[in-house]
Design a protein around this ligand. Structure first.
Ligand SMILES: [Mg+2]
Length: 158
């Protein structure tokens, strides 16, 4: 698959291989568990993966590094804000047309994709930590937005 989103870290969906290997000196039968962490980098498009799958990817990445201890709502909200600022920094001092131009191709676009991914990762981590179903939250908020901004009254203006 090409041209999609890179999801790094071990894949909780990927098979875990359990290899019975030897009896130790104490006579306890040991198993070596091999998870192909290094190889578990998949490129997937939006219509090929669910938000639930992405949440699992982020959760596994965090868990494997024992980073949940740092994932308070405050820390994650701050980290999210920093990543949004990094996205904004790419357009600092550009006028509106220049900003559109640099997003067509090139380094700024590539950097923006990285920042978008960082933002999404922290957003999903925030949802994981706080047991938030982001799809449910989004649809409930869209329902409020539709009521607050009826299309016939807010067509073409705020
Ligand atoms: Mg970043």
């Amino acid at each position: 698959m090409a041209g999609g989103q890179v999801v790094a870290g071990s894949n909780p969906v990927a098979p875990t291989y359990i290899l019975p290997c030897f009896f130790s000196e104490s006579g306890v039968f040991c198993f070596w568990v091999f998870r192909f962490i290094a190889c578990n980098i998949y490129i997937m498009k939006d219509n090929e993966i669910t938000i639930g799958d992405l949440k699992k990817q982020v959760d596994a990445f965090v868990d494997e590094r024992d980073w949940k201890q740092f994932h308070s709502p405050k820390n994650l909200a701050m980290a999210l804000s920093v990543e949004v600022s990094e996205l904004m920094e790419l357009f600092q001092w550009l006028d509106l047309e220049q900003a559109k131009e640099v997003m067509k191709s090139g380094k700024v676009r590539e950097d923006a994709l990285d920042e978008i991914a960082d933002i999404f990762i922290y957003l999903l981590a925030f949802c994981n930590t706080n047991k938030i179903d982001i799809s449910d939250a989004l649809m409930k908020k869209m329902k409020k937005n539709i009521k607050k901004y009826p299309a016939d009254k807010f067509n073409g203006h705020f």
